[in-house]
Design a protein around this ligand. Structure first.
Ligand code: GLY
Length: 282
């Protein structure tokens, strides 16, 4: 089987960030070329995205309205291995903790329990906030104060959204994997969990392909987007056509994007700008 990988920097990410998506895809492809699993490839690809301060997860992740950084991340493969964390704080790479959860009896750990689990598995304290995340938080607070937020109430119309990162891959054994990681979006309450660690909504992998969603988590959860796109692939649509069908489930006031791989190639569709990359190139 010819290995494939696709990565993205989130709906609303500036196309100038394509270098990060490419670096991430290259890191994942390195794993695949030496015979590694799609799961390992996706994990390594996500770490590259989390470590870049321009993406909205890991270093530089968005803050909640109370100033805290809480992140969601998850991995799933076509053998039904699943691991995720929700509203986790003070770790550099939430995807690494998601992978540890996969190897535990559970599939999803949240909040303080996820942090405790991470520490018990040797994941050190790391404050992912930086100057940019502080500026964005202050800006969000000012908008709340002035009543200018209703981006949220106005269903995010015109809002520049910088969202979840994600990766999907196919390995030489024919297994698929999907992974996502996010700092969420502005105007979030502490404890809020988006689509990214929710199987079927933010991610899905099965014997025919793998899918990752990006955009407004609450809306993505409502349409169970990743499973909807996967179902299109299963009913013989190409990954590209399946992604396009998935985005058609939303009005254009809701920023949303999706990437997918099937056995033959990858697909991508987003109703905003989105930096993404795929290997090998067509
Ligand atoms: N799609 C990421 C989130 O809404 O949290």
């Amino acid at each position: 089987m010819r290995p494939l990988i696709a990565t993205h920097c989130g709906s609303g990410s500036d196309k100038k960030m394509r270098d990060v998506a490419e670096k991430s895809a290259a890191a994942g492809m390195k794993v695949l070329r030496r015979g590694g699993s799609a799961l390992d490839a996706v994990e390594e690809a996500i770490v590259v995205l989390e470590d870049d301060p321009r993406t909205n997860t890991g270093i530089g992740a968005r803050r909640r309205v109370d100033g805290t950084v809480q992140m969601d991340a998850a991995l799933m493969d076509s053998r039904m291995n699943i691991g995720g964390v929700a509203a986790i704080m003070n770790v550099r790479n939430p995807i690494r903790v998601a992978r540890l959860v996969m190897d535990s009896p559970h599939v999803l750990l949240a909040g303080d329990g996820a942090i405790l689990f991470a520490r018990q598995h040797g994941v050190p304290f790391f404050d992912p906030s930086n100057k940019e995340s502080e500026e964005k938080w202050r800006d969000a607070l000012a908008k709340i104060e002035s009543g200018d937020v209703p981006e949220w109430a106005a269903k995010w119309r015109g809002f520049r959204f910088r969202d979840t990162v994600g990766a999907v891959a196919l390995d030489k054994n024919g297994d698929f994997a999907a992974g996502s990681s996010t700092g969420g979006h502005p105007y979030m309450l502490p404890g809020r969990v988006g689509d990214s660690p929710i199987v079927g909504a933010g991610l899905y992998a099965g014997p025919r392909g793998a899918v990752i969603a990006t955009g407004v988590g609450e809306e993505i959860i409502r349409v169970v987007l990743s499973k909807a796109v996967y179902d299109h692939i299963e009913s013989k649509h190409t990954a590209m056509n399946a992604c396009i069908s998935g985005i058609k489930l939303f009005t254009d006031t809701v920023p949303v994007g999706v990437i997918a791989v099937d056995r033959k190639g990858w697909g991508e569709c987003c109703n905003r700008d989105m930096a993404w990359a795929a290997l090998p190139r067509r």
